[in-house]
Design a protein around this ligand. Structure first.
Ligand code: 9PG
Length: 534
């Protein structure tokens, strides 16, 4: 095998014996690194940029297409590589050798990318040069070694285990109110949740982090009620996002991330509006962030779910010329310090740049009350979109992060109400949560039967024990759980279906069309919630 290293325009070529590389690997330095493989590998390990981005093994002859609808690229994958059609990923990548072993190339620094071009595995740093870890051997052993090396450079999680969380999102979505949350808080009774976490829906606007009219007594009041019930109060914010309808946008446009030519950088589309990003190198934006974090702490929230954090690491021209992921990390550092000893869960977060600064990290896309959809699997062929199977697949490929951070695979379901997941599908998500050692649900107590409530309680009390006995096979509580059949990628669509998907993707990126579907969705949710009050 031949390895060429290009550092600062000097090319160093290193020829190494196949047997020279082991699971312990080699640390190399360089800006660009190319490993010439003996043959075209059958499979490639994609590494998604942020929590929701697809991570997993893909047939290298059939790489994933660019994200569709295009409007969602900034919020589903690294937009810098949105058009890349070759197998690729953020910071690390791997190929599978004919003997089942893998060849792994992983950066130990930020702003780095890995790609498979024909027979060559390439890695590069976007700015300057840095360290690389190159290894060959068994997948788990190599990823464990990679985690150790990252831990030495970025820091590790706190010692105690993750709290058990009730989170409002996956039942009520944005339809939360002080009244409904107080009812749920009471109904949770003796269920052993350490945290009661209020998700999206309490704020005035994305950017204006104050209680809206559905929270008439304010957020401090609700935190107080939660704490009285013996639980920690948790709150969701997307502090690095700004929408045009916010007063933050009107007052501080100069804090926003811009393109080279001065236009605002698009951070995606949600809540019926385009999303923009705070420039985390702007001193005033940083001061505002620190004040915001101290404010929510002062309200009484000790558990923060900070979401859509990728916005801080998007490509753009910054106030200070700091590389994008380093700029994000500086912002997260300020947030971390302002939060003091609060528990920080990062979500929609670039993976490596968040390590060492958060207690927990979401490691997959959102779950949903359905497993998968034909629209997402075959038409859009987008595995970043919410759904039980998409969440399971990506989270399973990120378990190696466990020594570094509490790994949040998203919530589990026990309810039958407003839920299309089968018992088997629910149990797979529960097994995953147990393996991740992170337990959360959004099930509304009044939606549960007595048996479902009892099963939830037992799940919450269950010990994290369990042993991995195969690549996707675990021995858990006396029985085997085999994830393998549930995470294979759906078959590639025919050209005709693919064309239909391309048309759908284009239509969905036309704002008025998308807004109509979004509105219909929300009406549907409101109706379902009227039929099933909390
Ligand atoms: C609140 C939710 C929940 C959830 C988060 C996050 O448009 N999008 O691509 C998109 C992706 C994820 C998402 C919402 C929108 O969910 O993961 O747990 O907190 O925000 O809005």
């Amino acid at each position: 095998m031949e390895i060429s290293i290009h550092a600062n325009n000097t090319v160093n070529t290193l020829t190494i014996e196949h047997s020279y590389l082991t699971e312990q690997g080699q640390i190399l330095h360089g800006e660009r690194l190319a490993v010439n493989l003996p043959a075209r590998p059958a499979r490639y390990l994609y590494s998604g940029w942020q929590s929701w981005s697809f991570t997993g093994w893909v047939d290298s002859d059939h790489p994933l297409p660019p994200i569709r609808p295009a409007m969602f690229r900034p919020q589903q994958a690294d937009p810098r590589y949105a058009h890349e059609r070759r197998p690729h990923g953020s910071w690390y990548g791997a190929v599978e050798m004919p003997d089942g072993q893998i060849l792994f190339l992983g950066a130990l620094g930020l702003e780095s990318h890995v790609l498979l071009d024909g027979h060559t595995l390439q890695g590069w740093y976007e700015t300057g040069s840095g360290e690389w870890f190159l290894a060959r051997g068994e997948e788990n052993a190599i990823l464990q070694r990679y985690a150790t090396l990252l831990g030495e450079r970025f820091g590790q999680k706190r010692a105690e285990g993750a709290p058990r969380v009730w989170c409002s999102w996956y039942s009520l979505y944005t339809e939360i109110s002080e009244q409904s949350l107080l009812k749920i808080l009471t109904d949770l009774g003796d269920l052993p949740f350490e945290v009661f976490q209020i998700d999206d829906g309490w704020q005035k606007r994305i950017g204006d982090w104050e209680a809206n009219e559905k929270f008439p007594h304010g957020m401090a009041y609700l935190a107080e009620r939660i704490r009285e019930s013996g639980r920690k109060a948790g709150l969701w914010l997307a502090p690095l996002l700004v929408v045009p309808s916010s007063s933050l946008y009107r007052q501080h446009r100069d804090w926003l991330l811009r393109e080279e030519r001065g236009r605002l950088v698009r951070a995606g589309f949600n809540w019926g509006e385009p999303l923009y990003a705070l420039d985390t190198t702007h001193p005033e934006a940083l001061a505002w962030l620190a004040t915001l974090m101290r404010t929510v702490r002062a309200w009484g929230y000790d558990y923060l779910k900070l979401d859509f954090l990728y916005a801080g690491a998007l490509p753009g021209k910054r106030y200070a010329p700091v590389p994008r992921e380093a700029a994000y990390r500086q912002g997260l550092q300020v947030i971390r310090e302002a939060l003091g000893d609060a528990y920080l869960l990062t979500c929609g977060a670039p993976i490596l740049p968040s390590l060492g600064l958060c207690d927990a990290m979401r490691i997959g896309p959102d779950v949903a009350e359905y497993w998968a959809s034909d629209r997402d699997d075959r038409l859009l062929r987008n595995f970043t979109i919410p759904g039980g199977r998409n969440a399971l697949r990506t989270s399973l490929h990120r378990l190696w992060l466990k020594p570094l951070v509490h790994t949040d695979p998203d919530v589990v379901y026990f309810r039958h109400t407003l839920n299309q997941l089968s018992e088997k599908q629910k149990s797979l998500l529960q097994a995953l949560a147990q393996i991740c050692d992170f337990k959360a649900t959004s099930d509304v107590p009044s939606w549960l039967t007595a048996e479902e409530r009892q099963a939830l309680k037992e799940f919450l009390f269950r010990q994290p024990a369990g042993e991995q006995v195969g690549r996707y096979l675990w021995y858990l509580d006396g029985h085997l759980v085999d994830f393998a059949p549930h995470i294979t990628l759906p078959a590639r669509p025919s050209p005709l279906i693919n064309l239909q998907g391309a048309i759908l993707g284009t239509l969905a990126s036309i704002r008025p069309i998308y807004l109509v579907f979004d509105w219909l969705n929300r009406q549907g949710l409101k109706k379902r919630l009227r039929l099933h009050p909390v």
